[in-house]
Write a protein that binds this ligand. Sequence first.
Ligand SMILES: C[S@@+](CC[C@H](N)C(=O)[O-])C[C@H]1O[C@@H](n2cnc3c(N)ncnc32)[C@H](O)[C@@H]1O
Length: 257
Amino acid sequence: MPTRGSETPRSDPAAPDSQIWEAVDRYFVDLLALTDPALDETLRSMEAAGLPAIQVSALQGRLLYLLAQMQGAHRILEIGTLGGYSSIWLARALPLGGRLITLELEPRHAEVARANLERAHLSDRVEVRVGRAVDSLAQLHAEGSRPFDLVFIDADKESYPEYLTWALRLSRPGTVIVADNVIRNGTIVDAHHPDPRVQGIRRFFTLLAAEPRLVTAPVQMVGTKGYDGWAIVRVVVGADARGEPRERRDPPNRAVT
Ligand SMILES: C[S@@+](CC[C@H](N)C(=O)[O-])C[C@H]1O[C@@H](n2cnc3c(N)ncnc32)[C@H](O)[C@@H]1O
């Protein structure tokens, strides 16, 4: 019978796993100061406006921030803005002159996000585009958008396969693509699951597996958002899907397709 140490809480029938996951999230939010007035006010404004609380967690926000910085991202594309919580984390990672374009279907969500980005002093580097993401992505492509360094996919799960296709068109070798909510309590292993979101994610992974230009690391996560996870993907033209280098064919600043 496992005993509960003072420093290492363990899962037991009386303390469901989710309580421990949340406690660990809270511990790191406090220890690493993963919140501040702009982020707090963003969450408050979303609640006041009746937006769903489906934003990334603070720990995931920090991970997005770190990935964007490690990537040296100047241009970031986000699909699914909501109230701008993850947009703030991503935009804060941008260097001077960097740009985040974030796509949102609901005008009300976009309005709340713009106010939050303004309050966080990030409006100068963030553009919120309203409409169906597939249309906004096609528009970006038609505009001859320069490739993005990082793409964060976090909108309707049924459309993840299409978002991946567009993300690739708007990428360059070396672009990192991150997709949220791809584990879904483990339901993605069920080929016959009736939820179209699960089927959308399964098609997304099938595409990833078949695409030699992409190297994928699925990451299972637990925390305040329950049991879910990300796919972290890198565009590697000139390498095969196992990450073994072949040859460098593309200069780093050209779009892939
Ligand atoms: C999970 S939330 C995004 C959360 C946000 N990334 C964050 O972590 O703060 C998903 C958002 O995608 C938007 N959305 C859903 N379907 C969409 C579509 N077809 N095109 C663009 N946005 C869409 C929803 O309105 C919602 O605001």
